[in-house]
Design a protein around this ligand. Structure first.
Ligand code: IPE
Ligand code: MG
Length: 244
């Protein structure tokens, strides 16, 4: 698709969903869906960040609530993350994509944290797009964690009470990123499920029925066509005119 003629969201969020159902619908076990989903994510993230003009891609790959799943599934996912971050670090480095993470470190295992730190370090100077993995992430926890950091800085006198406002608050979130313009959740579920509550306040939502392992480049093109039909006013009336 010719992206040069399209309105391009600066920050896209994807709630990865439907891996399990995708596998089960084909008589396979859920973990197979996670494996194919992870492969798809690596390919799709490169397409989005290198071919379309999107600057930031946030992907919800594991929520704080996902720890409620069976130990077997959680362990499988954690091993998959570890393996993928290890093998994909070189790809993202070469592609000039900066990989960052949002979420709590506790109770992630040492081996997961090690690969997270390695891929972050290896890609930290990259300038060709940001890939933000939301892993052990919760929108509520992010706001609580930011509040605690602000509290600490107030006590230490690093900031003053009268300086606390929305734009200062944003600097205390896990990552200093622009707001989400376009939020996609695959698999037909129409929920936000605690994903980037602060950042998605004015996002356009899109809920394709496609399961994530099938959400490929063509599906993303369709999503952008849909985004281009949306009229974003941010509570005002002439946003487009104001910004042209
Ligand atoms: C999304 O797929 C992957 C993760 C949450 C890690 P699901 O595992 O939620 O797949 P469904 O919803 O059961 O099909
Ligand atoms: Mg699901």
């Amino acid at each position: 698709m010719d992206y040069s003629k399209m309105k391009i969201p600066r920050h896209v969020g994807i709630v990865v969903d439907g891996n399990g159902r995708w596998a089960e619908s084909d008589g396979k076990i859920r973990s197979y869906g996670h494996k194919v989903g992870a492969e798809n994510l690596e390919k799709l993230s490169r397409y989005i960040l290198k071919e379309t003009g999107v600057e930031v891609l946030s992907v919800y790959v594991f929520s704080t609530e996902n720890f409620k799943r069976s130990t077997e599934e959680v362990d499988y996912l954690m091993n998959l993350f570890t393996k993928k971050f290890k093998s994909d670090a070189k790809i993202y480095k070469k592609e000039n994509i900066k990989v960052v993470f949002s979420g709590r470190r506790e109770p992630l295992k040492e081996e997961v944290l090690k690969t997270i730190d390695e891929i972050t370090e290896m890609t930290k100077n990259n300038t060709g797009g940001i890939l933000n993995f939301c892993l052990n992430y919760g929108g509520h926890s992010e706001i609580v964690d930011a509040t605690l950091k602000i509290h600490q800085d107030l006590i230490k006198g690093i900031i003053k009470e009268e300086e606390v406002n929305e734009s200062l608050y944003e600097h205390y979130l896990y990552q200093d990123l622009p707001p989400i313009d376009f939020l996609i959740r695959t698999s037909g579920e129409s929920r936000i499920s605690n994903f980037m509550l602060w950042q998605a306040s004015y996002a356009e939502f899109y809920f394709p029925t496609t399961y994530f392992p099938d959400f490929n480049e063509k599906e993303f093109d369709k999503a952008i066509i849909e985004y281009n039909k949306r009229d974003r006013r941010f509570g005002g009336i002439d946003y487009d005119k104001k910004n042209s």
